[in-house]
Design a protein around this ligand. Structure first.
Ligand SMILES: *Cc1c(COP(=O)(O)O)cnc(C)c1O
Length: 366
């Protein structure tokens, strides 16, 4: 990023603003696509549902992972056709299923028998991915805490689905978000291999395997390049799943690096010997990811000089709205610009306008 041109953008658009860098987003997509050759990428809309971002990914030929009627409306509004979408919410109401079907989405996810029964009336029109859980306490967000059938119970569930006459496409899993351990994918694939073999022996034919999302990005510490990260996954897939359609549901790795946040100091106060700086974005806004996603973002402060223990707080009147306590910063002035990187995933997506502070606006930079 060129700081001078960035300041020019901020001068035009004000703060708080999330700048969406089109070239960076395209690069992220192309890098992942190159790192997972032959894998069809379904962007997880929940990580960032900004229409401009969806449209750019759609232009890159991405497919989309949607979970709700609202997400369907968004991708539909961006001209994405339903054959490029899968519905991955493991728990749905009948109206959610019919809404997706009406649009033309036909691949769904289930992780228990109650959910499977809901598809019986539509069994000639749907394909089901069985979501298997993979515990990963080591990553930022464990996406198997709430959903997924245990690996040792997956085969029994598949048999139930088969008995109900449902078309099972294969297994899906999520190895944990911001998962820096590629072997977690292999662990999950090992379970799948066993189940796919059992199924084939009994004449149950799967054609798809869904390796989910979870691919990590650089926050405060850099991660290895995607090509390197994905190498063991590719080797395993080549060896044991070469006859299947392989799909993935990347969210963070595509949306995360694509946005920078510009925020300004709107006030400051020396309280008990500690400098408090109040920013125009906070925990109820773009930094909601600090709370829900447990992420920590690289920060740039355009000042130098002796550092002091400081606090960075958000703008609202609530005491929980503190972004960093005990952070060492040079003396800041009111109006100073602070820039945060890797702010594209699970940030604005979970922001609110609590206390009357609007969400950061989103500006596309091409
Ligand atoms: C959130 C989610 C994703 C995206 O995960 P990332 O870690 O952001 O890549 C993919 N699939 C499902 C089912 C999800 O819930």
């Amino acid at each position: 990023m060129d700081i001078k041109s960035f300041k020019g953008l901020v001068a035009v658009h004000g703060t708080p603003t999330l700048f969406l860098y089109e070239t960076r987003l395209r690069e992220c997509y192309q890098q992942l696509h190159a790192a997972l050759p032959g894998v069809v990428l379904y962007y997880a809309v929940k990580s960032n549902a900004t229409p401009e971002l969806i449209s750019i990914l759609s232009d890159e030929d991405s497919c989309f992972d949607v979970c709700t009627n609202g997400e369907i409306d968004i991708v539909k509004g961006c001209g994405v056709t339903p054959d490029r979408c899968i519905h991955t919410h493991p728990i749905k109401r009948d109206t959610d299923i019919t809404y997706a079907l009406q649009y033309g989405v036909t691949t769904f996810v289930a992780d228990n028998e109650h959910e499977l029964s809901k598809f019986v009336p539509y069994k000639d029109r749907v394909r089901i991915l069985i979501r298997m859980s993979i515990q990963n306490p080591g990553c930022l967000v464990n996406l198997s805490h709430k959903f997924g059938v245990a690996p040792e119970k997956t085969w029994a569930l598949i048999r139930k689905a088969y008995k109900l006459g449902l078309d099972i496409a294969g297994i899906s899993f999520h190895a944990g978000s911001q998962n820096e351990n590629a072997l977690k994918y292999i662990e999950a694939l090992e379970y799948c291999r066993d189940i796919y073999r059992k199924a084939a022996l009994r004449g149950i034919i799967f054609d798809t395997i869904d390796i989910g999302g979870g691919f990590p990005i650089s926050y405060l510490t850099p991660v290895i390049p995607m090509v390197q990260f994905c190498q063991p996954i590719n080797e395993y897939l080549d060896r044991f799943f070469s006859n299947y359609t392989i799909i993935a549901e990347p969210g963070r790795v595509l949306s995360g690096p694509s946005m920078l946040l510009a925020t300004r100091v709107m006030g400051k106060s020396l309280r008990n010997g500690v400098w408090w700086y109040y920013l125009d974005d906070g925990m109820y806004g773009s930094f909601s990811g600090k709370m829900y996603d447990h992420a920590d973002y690289p920060m740039f402060v355009g000042r130098e000089g002796p550092r002091h223990t400081s606090v960075l707080a958000g703008p609202t009147c609530d005491s929980i709205d503190v972004i960093y306590e005990n952070i060492s910063l040079p003396r800041l002035e009111i109006g100073d610009l602070l820039i945060f990187e890797s702010m594209g995933a699970y940030t604005s997506a979970s922001a609110s306008n609590f206390n009357g502070f609007p969400r950061a606006k989103i500006v596309l930079v091409n």
